[in-house]
Design a protein around this ligand. Structure first.
Ligand SMILES: CC(=O)N[C@H]1[C@@H](OP(=O)(O)OP(=O)(O)OC[C@H]2O[C@@H](n3ccc(=O)[nH]c3=O)[C@H](O)[C@@H]2O)O[C@H](CO)[C@@H](O)[C@@H]1O
Ligand SMILES: C=C(OP(=O)(O)O)C(=O)O
Length: 439
């Protein structure tokens, strides 16, 4: 860990001011991958300067996509016309960096008839298997060989439309199916699909390219394959995970933060919970202002779920705010089996949190019968004090930062480099909100 990976936080002051969120971490890299399917260049704007975008930019360049900055400072132009001629021998260097490489399967199979996919990275919040992805790709006609350093795929007979029913509405697998089906021969029907706003935005990107995609009200997506797609011009939807993180930071520190570009439609479920806890917000054309009203915060019972439920990526920052609520709050994490480990560090800061392997919520989830610690009871309000913290993953780590800002005294937060995966300019944003942080 380098020195610049460590931040010393003097907490106890409310965060006050304004920050801007740009395009979503969970859409932008995927829209970049979609550009590989086009016959001509695509232009993507509202692109944040985050590590996951850099990783995918480097990966696409290795595959022969020419990526250059666009006319505006936040846009990228992606030209895939040289992909066929690219050498892919260096792809292994990207192993372990993010979840995105798996989404290149369909686009590379369509263009080259083969694809090499390195081992995936991303947050360690569960096992994160890719069995749904591989089952779906095989149904399209792909042959998948597992190699020590990754996956080798080919499509000797090409890729053909198919009927896929997902055991669980997986975001990544839904995107995998979309990116493969749009240029497969014939029609594809995807049942039990995920319908997160980032997926809808990816569908918008693909439709601009010439794809025909229907979304039914029952989580069924129907795709009619087409033989060619063009480039696109698209403005990425704003990052609702980052917006919710700053909202929770405002609430936990007793502050008042305007999140420029936050969109009500993407945050509707979060806003309901924020209000039930006692947080105030007001929606304007340019963003959403979130603030602590000065009165007591309420405890709540909450389950994370696939969209339109309460998103799992919002859970960790919200738990910090719940340490300041009066009474007992209950959180049941139903999307990942191992996303509550971060709570033990919050206990070191003075929070009262007990974690359980039972399902503490009305929905019996996939993890109830295993020994997975996936429910928590938070008792509050607890005064928090400074501690020495090491970031475990993106959202858990940002929660530590929020807790350190809410705590009285000094905390040392190690491993903040991970934040660069999903929080653009986080040091500058913290400073602009009056946080006392130093490297
Ligand atoms: C880069 C990106 O967009 N990441 C998001 C994406 O992750 P990601 O796309 O990896 O998440 P999924 O929706 O696929 O995973 C949901 C659940 O399905 C399981 N599963 C998934 C695939 C599979 O082949 N087999 C399987 O069992 C996972 O272990 C997990 O328990 O959606 C998650 C759920 O909203 C978010 O937390 C992540 O921020
Ligand atoms: C889990 C997350 O990301 P990833 O899927 O990229 O690991 C996240 O953004 O909180």
């Amino acid at each position: 860990m380098s020195a610049e990976d460590v931040l010393v936080v003097s907490g106890g002051n409310p965060l006050v001011g304004e920050i801007t969120v740009r395009g979503a971490k969970n859409l932008v890299p995927k829209a970049m991958v979609a550009a590989v399917l086009g016959d001509d260049p695509s232009t993507l704007s509202n692109v944040p300067r985050i590590r996951d975008v850099e990783i995918v930019r480097n990966l696409l360049e290795l595959h022969g996509v020419t990526v250059r900055d666009g006319l505006s400072s936040d846009s990228l132009v992606l030209d895939p016309t040289r992909v066929e001629r690219a050498a892919v021998a260096d792809i292994e260097v990207h192993a372990g960096a993010s979840r995105i490489p798996i989404l290149l399967c369909g686009p590379l199979l369509h263009r080259l008839g083969r694809a090499f996919i390195p081992d995936l990275g991303g947050c360690r919040i569960g096992d994160r298997p890719i069995n749904f992805h591989l089952d779906a790709l095989r149904q399209f006609g792909a042959v998948v060989e597992k190699r020590p350093e990754g996956l080798l795929l080919s499509a000797p007979q090409g890729l053909s439309g198919t009927r896929i029913s997902l055991p669980y509405p997986s975001v990544g697998t839904t995107e995998q199916v979309l990116l493969t089906a749009v240029r497969a021969s014939g029609a594809t029907e995807l049942l039990n699909a995920a319908v997160e706003p980032e997926i809808i935005d990816l569908i918008c990107v693909l439709q601009k390219m010439g794809a025909i995609i229907n979304l039914d009200t029952d989580r069924t997506i129907r795709i009619e394959g087409v033989s060619r797609l063009s480039g696109y011009v698209h403005d990425a939807l704003p990052d609702r995970m980052e917006a919710a993180s700053w909202a929770c930071a405002a609430l936990a520190t007793g502050g008042d933060v305007f999140v420029r570009n936050a969109r009500q439609t993407d945050l509707m479920t979060f806003l309901n919970v924020f209000r039930r806890v006692g947080g105030e917000f007001s929606v304007t054309r340019d963003g959403i202002r979130f603030w602590h009203p000065g009165s007591k915060l309420a405890s709540i019972a909450l389950e994370t779920d696939v969209h339109p439920g309460f998103m799992t990526d919002w859970q960790q920052p919200l738990v910090v705010a719940l340490t300041q609520s009066t009474g007992l709050s209950i959180v049941h994490e139903t999307v990942y089996e191992n996303r509550l480990g971060f709570t033990s560090a919050l206990v070191d800061l003075g929070a009262q949190i007990q974690a359980y392997s039972e399902c503490l919520g009305p929905t019996p989830c996939r993890f109830g019968r295993g020994n997975f610690v996936h429910s928590a009871v938070i008792s509050g309000p607890s005064p928090l004090h400074g501690a020495d913290l090491t970031v475990p993953d993106l959202r858990g780590g940002f929660s530590y930062m929020i807790a350190a800002l809410a705590a009285s005294g000094r905390s040392t937060v190690r491993g903040v480099g991970i934040f660069r995966r999903g929080y653009e300019n986080f040091e500058a944003k913290l400073e602009s909100l009056g946080a006392s942080v130093s490297g």
